[in-house]
Design a protein around this ligand. Sequence first.
Ligand SMILES: [Zn+2]
Length: 224
Amino acid sequence: MNIAEHAEPTTKRVTLTFDNGPVPGVTERVLEILEQARIRSTFFVIGRNLDNPAAARLMRRAHAAGHWIGNHTLSHTVALGDRTGRDYALSEIEGAQARIGSCAHAEKLFRPYGNSGHLGPHLLSRAALDHLLAQNYRTITWNNVPGDWKDPDGWVDRCIAQVSTEPWSVVVLHDIEGGCLARLGELLRRLADRGVTFEQDFPGAVTLTRGGQIVSLPQGYVAD
Ligand SMILES: [Zn+2]
């Protein structure tokens, strides 16, 4: 018998991320489900949301529970590559970072606004990229966007199918009204049944910048 043929299949790794919150009424329930499953994740928060004290409290609660807090822009309205001025980049990045304050991850996690999960030149402007490098942000994208906010029936199946195609999936979910909450428990059970390993960290393949260096920046992610 050939032992290699019977080697265990490589375990899939899955990192969960929750974008566009915190949203009172939703984020606390997401936190409860993650706690029950003993999974730590990253919440990429919108800076403007934190002007609501209840949302800011939820961010602090997530941080205290061991989740990482990342910056998902101040306004989440116009992508950085679609408004390329330096002032806009600074206000979108630093306006959110200031509101995150002491809950920020030591590596200053930042996720650009993708406009429905798209990857392309709208993600970053040259000014934004220069700033993220100069200020040592760790810029994180994704490779699994199942569409929880637009397809409540199909997103769990799509997420699991995509997980089976990637050695390390970075999944974008949303802790917003009409987002992942209703089926998050089901997703976690089905992934656990498949023996995936839940991670909190991110692979280099979705890391655009880290510690002042470009890690993996595909051509065409920066508008000039
Ligand atoms: Zn978003």
